[in-house]
Design a protein around this ligand. Structure first.
Ligand code: NDP
Length: 449
């Protein structure tokens, strides 16, 4: 039986490679899920008969479009926009938009694939999708970003809808961009369709806690992982990478839970502050001034800026990589283990390479995969949609309590599934299997579509 199911997953992987050439991030994401599914296929022969895994690996729809816009000097630029509507078995497609020069179809597909399982893990009625553009918002004026967002939405709007496809932020897309995107959608459609985008401003349909949700959720998830080990974040030294939405609020919640976050980074390097990151300064530098991370060290005497280099050289007990995919490789993992790191929680999507994950698992380091650990953002987006649909508005405390409860449930479900499928403590397997089963059961119920 074992050989058979492995042969099935191998054949599926070969097929994915052949049909999706030159998309290494998508291949990597599929490989990781397939590696977890042999145990499922061994128990459920119907998944092989009905080609359930193959269907879930194939996006329902892939949209690529031209985005022309003019900069402040009148120069014309052409970018490429994407929306991959991956799976709608559990609800409307739901997932963020990424604006970064590295964006291509393979990256959007990897993110949409991950999103499908992540959204299933939240237990909310949302399918999986992702989008973005190879636009670099860095050093662009507000008016340039607005013109880009308007041009982008002028094509994207026809694919979105609160019951069809609901977009949100990701790297390079924060509150400012969501505002411009929503404004253009409203203008074109002549509809105040609040539920079509999440991460809106709290004054016009946004939910309290959505800004903080992914980072807070990752910290709650770390807390749950430590609890299983009879421990807590209290007194722990924590290394965080990134200095964007996820990183800033992971640091904030770690500090509220008694931990000490000592690092932050961006693509220029990292800062280390042994006294604990001063959040007020970090928010001023990154959220208000949109400056480089070195500006933090210029203002905080206890901090030091390291140009380039690896933030994972800084000794810590808990690591929360929160910048981008494949930012933590096996070399960094070995360094973390050598320095006594006990828990790694992915705040970003797939920030650890497969080799790094292997190093952690072999060393007995508890590892929380992104599709579970960073699901707090999308879960709170679903809470935003719920408030929009009922024309209601929840308090910060109520929404945060819901977020904490959802993160606890996601952790419990991954933990229990890992045990049930013979891999206690393996949250990668637990998350993949629990997420897959929810999607697969709905896919079957809908017939061959
Ligand atoms: P932001 O744009 O707010 O911040 C990203 C941060 O990571 C910036 O500090 C950026 O530095 C750094 N970064 C990005 N790419 C690279 C790179 N290639 N090398 C080094 N540093 C890099 O994005 P978010 O915080 O929203 O997203 C971070 C991660 O979390 C992504 O993987 C995203 O998919 C994931 N995520 C986000 C969610 C959300 O709600 N926002 C939800 C779930 C997952 P610089 O400015 O120099 O580029």
């Amino acid at each position: 039986m074992g050989t058979d199911v492995n042969a099935i997953t191998e054949r599926i992987y070969e097929d994915v490679l052949r049909r999706n050439p030159a998309q290494p991030e998508f291949h990597q994401a599929v490989r990781e899920v397939l590696d977890s599914l042999a145990v499922v296929l061994a128990r459920h022969s119907e998944f092989a008969e009905l080609k359930t895994v193959e269907r879930i690996c194939e996006p329902e729809r892939q949209i690529i479009f031209r985005v022309p816009w003019q900069d402040d000097r009148g120069e014309v630029h052409i970018n490429r926009g994407f929306r991959v509507e991956f799976n709608s078995a559990l609800g409307p497609y739901k997932g963020g938009l990424r604006f970064h020069p590295s964006v291509n179809l393979g990256i959007v597909k990897f993110l949409g694939f991950e999103q499908t399982f992540k959204n299933a893990l939240t237990g909310m009625p949302i399918g999986g999708g992702k989008g973005g553009a190879d636009f670099d918002p860095k050093d662009r004026s507000d008016t340039e970003v607005m013109r880009f967002c308007q041009s982008f939405m002028t094509e994207l709007y026809r694919h979105l809808g609160e019951y069809t496809d609901v977009a949100a932020g990701d790297i390079g897309v924060g509150g400012r961009e969501i505002g411009f995107l929503f404004g253009q959608y409203k203008r074109i459609t002549n509809r105040y369709e609040s539920g079509v985008l999440t991460g809106k401003g709290v004054g016009w349909g946004g939910a309290l806690v959505r800004t903080e949700a992914t980072g807070y959720g990752a910290a709650f998830f770390a807390s749950e992982m430590l609890k299983v080990r009879g421990d807590s974040l209290d007194g722990k030294t924590v290394a965080v990478s990134g200095a964007g939405n996820v990183a800033i609020y992971a640091i904030e919640k770690v500090e509220q839970l008694g931990g000490k976050a000592v690092t932050a980074s961006d693509s220029s390097g990292y800062v280390v502050d042994e006294r604990g990151i001063d959040l007020e300064v970090l928010k001023q530098v990154k959220e208000v001034e949109r400056a480089r991370i070195s500006a933090y060290a210029d203002r905080v005497p206890t901090a030091r800026f390291v140009a380039g280099g690896s933030v994972w050289d800084v000794p810590c007990q808990v690591a929360i990589p929160s910048a981008s995919q494949n930012e933590l490789d096996s070399h960094a993992a070995v360094t973390l283990v050598r320095n006594g790191c006990q828990v790694v929680v992915e705040g970003a999507n797939m920030p650890c390479t497969p080799e790094a994950v292997k190093v952690f698992q072999e060393a007995g380091v508890a590892f929380g995969p992104g599709k579970a650990a960073n699901a707090g953002g999308v879960a709170t987006s679903a809470l935003e949609m719920q408030q929009n649909a009922s024309r209601d508005r929840w308090t910060f405390e109520h929404t945060e309590a819901r977020l904490e409860e959802i993160m606890r449930e996601i952790h419990a479900s991954c933990h229990a599934t890992a045990e049930e499928y013979g891999a206690p403590g393996n949250l990668v397997l637990g998350a993949n299997v629990a997420g897959f089963l929810r999607v697969a059961e709905a896919v079957h119920a809908h017939g061959l579509i």
